[in-house]
Structures are given as C-alpha cells and as structure tokens.
Design a binder for this molecule. Structure first.
Ligand SMILES: Nc1ncnc2c1ncn2[C@@H]1O[C@H](COP(=O)(O)OP(=O)(O)OP(=O)(O)O)[C@@H](O)[C@H]1O
Length: 259
C-alpha cells in the first residue's frame, strides 16, 4: 500500500538559535525539529523561556536560525512573508486606538495592498466570522479584551494568509472568555482550513485546540516530544470532562516535567 504524505506548511529542520547579548551568548533553541502539515492545528507547549516565541518568529522571518533550515509552504520564510502568506496574532491585540474595529481590520490592506483575486473575505465578513457583526464602528477602548483579540484575529486573516501564527493570544484573558475564544478559534480553523501554529503555557488549552502538541523544555529550548491529540472534531468544551482528555493532559504534564 502506498501512503501519500500530506503537504508541509512549515518545516523546521533541526533549527538552533543563539542570541548574542552583553553577557555573552544565549542558546535559545537547540536542534528543534518538526514538520507541520497544511491545514494542521499545531501547538508549542513549554515553560517560560523555552523558545516558543523564537520559533514563531523564525517562521515569520523575524529571526534567522543560527543553524538548521526553515521552509514555509515549500519556500523560504522571507518569500512567504513577502507574499503575505503568514498572519500573526500576539498576546496583546496591538490595535490602533484611533481606528475603529473595521478600520483596524482594513489596515493590512491599506499598508500592503490587497492580494486581489485571492482575497474573498471582506473586513466586514471577517468581523462577522469572529463574532463581531454590528461592532464595526466601535473603537478599541469600547471593546472588552476578548473582543479586541477577536479584532486582532480578523486583522490577521484579512490578507488571506495560509499560515496563522498565534503567540499566547488568549493568555491575558479571564478563563471564561478564554474558553469561549478557544471554541470560536476551532470553528474559524475548520471554516477557513488555515494552518495554525499556536503557542501556549496551558496544557488544557493545548489539548483542547490541537491535533498535535510539541512539548518543549527550557534552557536551552529543546523539543521533548510531539504528542498526537486524537480527540474527534468538532470539539466542544465538555470534551474536557472526558477520560481521554484527562489522560492526554496528564501525559503532557509528565512530558513537561520530563518524567
Ligand atoms: N532578542 C533576544 N536577545 C537575547 N535573548 C533573547 C532574545 N529573544 C529571546 N531571547 C532569549 O531566548 C530564550 C527563549 O525566549 P522566547 O521568548 O522564545 O521563549 P518563550 O518560550 O516564548 O517564553 P515565554 O513563554 O516567557 O514567552 C530566553 O532565554 C530569552 O531570554
């Protein structure tokens, strides 16, 4: 029997990153390796300082690896960035306070131009997709933290990227809002078919969202293990009450502790 290999969205091929600081060199990442498939929901889970943000920054072409290779959609990360195939959502929504929700979502189109035929979702459609229909004219200070993150997600999607990088996007939100946005993000992922690389400290969030989780250790940042999450889709929050979820979470916890 022949098996067809799924196309690769992101290949991090034995990547190491060393930063030079006033106090000498810091090995932030040591020989990290993973291949992320097109359309996959992949999470990076690990303690503070294990290099999760650095990995996202490599994929976004904001940091160059000292060793190893990175490819995005089969080419260089820099080319994917220029073609605007990469979207980024940070922990803080980084919205412009003087622009409305709609104007914030429109901003990447004004700055970099529209990709033309490929772009089929309007900023209005995207605000509806993230659950903010009717709030187009609201300014960031009139929105809750969760709503601001929704705007940031819509803004990241407006150039129709193939790969969405999310760096602890819900880390600053209360638990109830975070739960709701977790469910909504899975819906958006399924509706758009986008590849998501998601950074989190939270074991429960990683299990709930991901198809696979890379468990990392710190100082220097290393990959311990990549764990499959075979929970069926669509997933709803009550999946967290199942024995399978609890077992996976316990397995990841032991992995983080190096046991
Ligand atoms: N520009 C830089 N210059 C020097 N050291 C850096 C730089 N960026 C990151 N580091 C160091 O690299 C290591 C990994 O940092 P990184 O931010 O990637 O970790 P992280 O896992 O995302 O942490 P957190 O979960 O706290 O955000 C840390 O030791 C950090 O201090």
């Amino acid at each position: 029997m022949t098996t067809t290999k799924a196309p690769t969205a992101v290949n991090l091929d034995h990547v190491s990153v060393e930063f030079s600081t006033d106090r000498g060199k810091v090995l932030a990442l040591d020989d990290y390796h993973s291949e992320i498939e097109v359309g996959e929901f992949f999470s990076l889970l690990g303690p503070s300082g294990c290099g999760k943000s650095t990995l996202l920054r490599i994929v976004a072409d904001l940091v160059n690896p000292t060793d190893g290779e990175v490819s995005v959609l089969g080419g260089k990360a820099s080319e994917a960035r220029k073609r605007r195939e990469i979207g980024f959502v940070f922990q803080d929504s980084t919205l412009l306070p003087w622009r409305t929700a709609l104007q914030n979502v429109q901003l990447p189109l004004e700055v970099g131009g529209n990709k033309g035929a490929k772009s089929s979702s309007s900023p209005q459609d995207l605000l509806a997709l993230v659950g903010l229909a009717g709030r187009e004219e609201a300014y960031p200070h009139e929105l809750s933290g969760g709503m601001r993150q929704r705007v940031a997600i819509a803004r990241a999607l407006v150039t129709q990227p193939e790969v969405l990088l999310m760096d602890e996007p819900f880390g600053a939100l209360d638990e109830i809002t975070r739960d709701k946005l977790n469910e909504e993000l899975l819906r958006i992922w399924q509706e758009t078919g986008i590849t998501i690389v998601f950074v989190t400290h939270s074991i429960a969030e990683a299990v709930f969202l991901s198809q696979r989780v890379a468990v990392m250790s710190a100082h220097p940042g290393r990959l311990r293990e990549i764990v499959n999450v075979p929970l069926p889709h669509p997933r709803h929050l009550d999946v967290r009450d199942t024995a399978q979820f609890t077992e996976l979470a316990a397995y990841l916890r032991r992995g983080l502790e190096g046991k």
